[in-house]
Design a protein around this ligand. Structure first.
Ligand code: C2E
Ligand code: MG
Ligand code: MG
Length: 512
């Protein structure tokens, strides 16, 4: 509606201008003609020259008026930053494309794209870098589609690609893959080498919606599912996805509620020495207690907390609570040597992360060497200069840094030398590969050997069977965690484990 008003205004303005100019030119000519009879040759020449000048000026004014009108019209239908069509032009194009399907019998695909973790880049490197990234993204997307297709910026880091003539649905999938590949190239901006991925949801006309609103809504829903699946992928919409928007909202509300009403809970899982079975530390794992007292696991809510920014206050709570609990156990004589806390990359990139860690240590009294922060590879690769500074500062305080889910993220390993890392946590998928066939565990071999040669502590995750344990012990992997030793349990249960451990050690000492 707003677009129609602007367009109408511009057209009206242009018409008025043109009419005014025509009138002026006609008046000038009439006056000149009336006076012509009484003029000498010299005066006639002068009048003639003036007429020419006036005509040229009128022409120039008409041209600049036309240019201004064209520019205003462009501005009303295009995004200021990237120059791409905006939402209102997309609506027009979508309507046209849908109308054309009646003639050629093909389909229309609508792709909803959202950059993954764009907010972090904007927050940590500033808006100029963020804006540049959006401009490059716009160019890359445009290079992937045909002239007849439309790439539009919806706002923020969201883009929509409209494929006007889709022969078979597979073509839309092919284009989505092409877009993902185009985005995977590193972005070189202002001396930073940035890696950005994109999540895409696709809806098809007429299969997934007969009106524009339904198509956009369903592509958006599919995009959220793609994010939930781990980002950097695309999903075609299906009816089963509906209701997800509602679920997402509900989880966000539950997280808000939990932050205010003590609904966040930490469970603890033992980390053990594989040779002796002794507990060497604990990992704090977050749970969300819902109003019906059921417990929700982090895989379901962490990405929602990250997208909404809620992960920052939630992460602060986790750190404070884990440190407080560790000190409580230490004070009662059943302490553990190390408490590991997971840190989301969104939290890590927040400006006052370092200050908040220092604050928590000061308030709780936990010794820095008793704390280990677990970060993922992709989280560390966002802004490597800043990451190095923050990690160095944490290391200088005495805090340990662990790479969580090692082997599943970023492919360059040079950062292992660059960052002050203490621990590699081998992702459970590699441990899960250890089965009867010994060849399957070959990646664990490589990771454990690499960790050892880099003088890092290696912790294997997800150990479930005795067979996996023997295999890891044979590799000289020193530490691990998994259901075989203990599932994550609440603080009271974990306290009992620690008491039993103290009792075991005491009885061993007595018998010696
Ligand atoms: P993670 O840090 O890699 O944690 C290990 C996950 O593996 C935990 O899942 C744990 O319960 C599970 N696990 C442990 N042993 C075994 C085993 O033997 N077999 C199998 N199949 N699984 C095992 P959980 O608690 O559901 O946490 C999932 C992920 O959520 C964590 O992976 C971590 O990335 C994230 N997360 C957990 N707590 C927090 C938190 O406080 N903050 C943030 N940002 N993320 C968290
Ligand atoms: Mg972890
Ligand atoms: Mg892990």
């Amino acid at each position: 509606m707003a677009k129609l008003t602007v367009k109408t205004l511009i057209e009206r303005e242009a018409a008025l201008l043109a009419r005014e100019m025509a009138l002026q030119a006609r008046e000038d000519t009439a006056t000149t003609k009336a006076e012509l009879g009484t003029l000498s040759q010299a005066q006639l020449r002068e009048v003639n020259e003036r007429l020419i000048v006036a005509t040229v000026r009128a022409q120039t004014m008409t041209e600049s008026a036309e240019a201004a009108v064209a520019q205003m019209s462009h501005m009303a239908t295009h995004d200021f930053l990237t120059g791409l069509p905006n939402r209102s032009l997309l609506t027009d194009r979508l309507a046209q494309a849908v109308a054309l399907t009646h003639r050629h019998g093909k389909r229309v695909a609508l792709m909803y794209l959202d950059l993954d973790h764009f907010k972090q880049i904007n927050d940590s490197l500033g808006h100029t870098v963020g804006d540049e990234l959006l401009k490059i993204t716009a160019r890359r997307l445009q290079a992937c589609v045909r002239q007849s297709d439309t790439v539009c910026r919806q706002g923020g880091d969201e883009f929509v690609v409209l494929l006007a003539e889709v022969e078979v649905i597979g073509d839309a999938a092919l284009t989505a893959t092409k877009l993902i590949e185009a985005m995977a190239e590193p972005y070189l901006i202002d001396g930073h080498r940035l890696y950005v991925t994109v999540s895409i949801g696709v809806s098809i006309f007429p299969d997934d919606g007969r009106d524009i609103e339904a198509l956009v809504r369903n592509a958006d829903t599919a995009m959220y599912h793609a994010k939930k699946r781990g980002r950097n992928n695309y999903l075609m919409f299906n009816q089963g996805m509906n209701g997800h928007g509602v679920a997402r909202k509900l989880i966000e509300e539950a997280l808000h509620h939990a932050l205010e009403q003590d609904g966040l809970v930490l469970h603890y899982q033992p980390v053990v020495n594989l040779a002796t079975g002794a507990i060497t530390g604990a990992e704090a794992l977050l749970r969300l207690r819902l109003s019906d007292q059921s417990i929700m696991h982090p895989k379901k809510f962490v990405s929602i907390a990250e997208d909404s920014g809620l992960i920052v206050p939630i992460g602060r709570w986790v750190l404070r609570e884990a440190c407080r609990q560790a000190v409580e156990w230490q004070r009662s004589g059943i302490g553990i040597e190390k408490i590991a806390v997971n840190v989301s990359s969104v939290e890590f990139q927040s400006d006052d992360f370092l200050a908040s860690v220092k604050g928590v240590l000061a308030d709780t009294g936990l010794k820095p060497r008793c704390l280990e922060l677990e970060l993922t590879e992709s989280g560390l690769m966002q802004d490597t200069d800043r990451t190095t500074d923050v990690l160095m500062a944490l290391r200088d305080l005495g805090i340990g840094i662990a790479i969580d889910d090692f082997g599943t993220g970023y492919s360059s390993l040079s950062y292992l030398r660059r960052f002050p890392i203490a621990t590699l946590k081998v992702d459970q998928s590699f441990v899960g590969d250890i089965r009867d066939d010994m060849n399957e565990g070959i990646l664990v071999n490589a990771i454990v050997a690499m960790g050892r040669s880099l003088k890092l502590r290696v912790v294997a995750e997800g150990i479930e069977t005795g067979e996996q344990l023997s295999y890891l012990k044979a590799l000289d992997c020193l530490e691990g965690q998994g259901y075989l030793f203990g599932r994550p349990v609440d603080a009271a249960e974990f306290g009992k484990l620690l008491v039993a451990r103290v009792a075991r050690v005491a009885s061993r000492d007595l018998s010696h």
